[in-house]
Design a protein around this ligand. Structure first.
Ligand SMILES: [Zn+2]
Length: 302
């Protein structure tokens, strides 16, 4: 018994923090891990983001690597139980660190990581990272910020196994400076990153309300029947609606307030959008979203 305890501790440190992630089959070829619709904290430990695995028959394409090394490792361990395929490619949809701090787990295996060239300008790799300051040291252990090994500036197509995969970069600032989406035409499946939120309020902090609405208008033209966002559980063809309705209603109410001559503070107090009141993170994010949108829209008035 005296020997057993140190052995157990050693085994735990080797296997790392266990996220106990649950894979959800979205289509026969697409399996995703859906995070809690909330901010990262020491309870969810960064399991508050969505990541997906596309089975191309030759290997998995991973859309977003998640918030830490241990997260990425836990997800891949679950996938190997379903079907032990190698990883063909990892995609990073945008620079917010909950979506790509798992890169190190895959690059260590020699896997290529693809992202937009926005990573060269706007990815924050200073220490501590945002995730690091919010989750437990155990869950963050072994995490090293690794940028995409290949950065693209414009739309690209790749064929991997039996899937043709399209990478589309949004033409203007939307949720972030440069959002990339992944579209698989054969499956009519769209991986929209943080252009699509469900079950919680979207974050407009780094975004542009006009660019975001335009991006969603463009994505609607794809005719996707499966849509997975960066946060939230909904994945059907209507999965863009919550984000679209939230942003378009906000824009129209802010423009009306501006027409009445209201100041930014008066507008923030007026545009409370009670029909979204029950949505998670409304308290913490909504006023900041109105402020960010106002600062974009006031240029139209000048
Ligand atoms: Zn984001």
């Amino acid at each position: 018994m005296r020997l057993l305890l140190p052995l157990c501790a050693f085994a735990l440190s080797l296997s790392g923090y266990d996220f106990a992630l649950t894979p959800k089959r979205v289509t026969p070829e697409v399996t995703c891990f859906f995070g809690e619709p909330e901010v990262m904290n020491t309870i969810n430990n960064g399991n508050m983001v969505n990541t997906c695995y596309l089975d191309t028959s030759k290997g998995y394409v991973v859309i977003d690597s998640g918030s830490s090394y241990a997260y990425a490792q836990s997800a891949y361990n679950e996938m190997k139980k379903i079907k032990p395929l190698p990883i063909a490619l990892v995609i990073n949809t945008h620079v917010h660190d909950d979506h790509w701090l798992g890169n190190g787990f895959f690059t260590q295996m020699g896997v290529k990581v693809l992202g937009s060239d926005d990573f060269a300008h706007n990815a924050r790799i200073d220490s501590p990272t945002r995730i690091q300051t919010h989750i437990s040291p155990e869950a963050y252990a072994q995490t090293v910020p690794m940028l995409p090994s290949e950065m693209i500036a414009s739309d690209t197509n790749l064929t991997i196994g039996d899937q043709e995969i399209e990478f589309h970069i949004m033409k203007q600032r939307a949720h972030s400076d440069k959002d990339m989406v992944v579209y698989v035409p054969k499956l009519k499946a769209l991986f929209a990153g943080d252009l699509v939120f469900n079950d919680r309020v979207p974050s407009l902090r780094d975004g542009d309300i006009n660019g975001w609405i335009s991006a969603l208008d463009e994505l609607k033209s794809y005719g996707a029947t499966t849509i997975v966002g960066g946060h939230g559980y909904r994945t059907d063809e209507k999965a863009m609606e919550l984000t679209y309705n939230y942003l378009t209603q906000m824009r129209s109410e802010i423009r009306s307030a501006m027409d009445e001559g209201l100041s930014i503070d008066e507008t923030i107090n007026k545009v409370t959008m009670p029909s979204f009141k029950s949505l998670r993170m409304m308290e913490s994010l909504h006023r900041g979203n109105v402020e960010a949108a106002y600062r974009t829209l006031e240029w139209e008035q000048k």
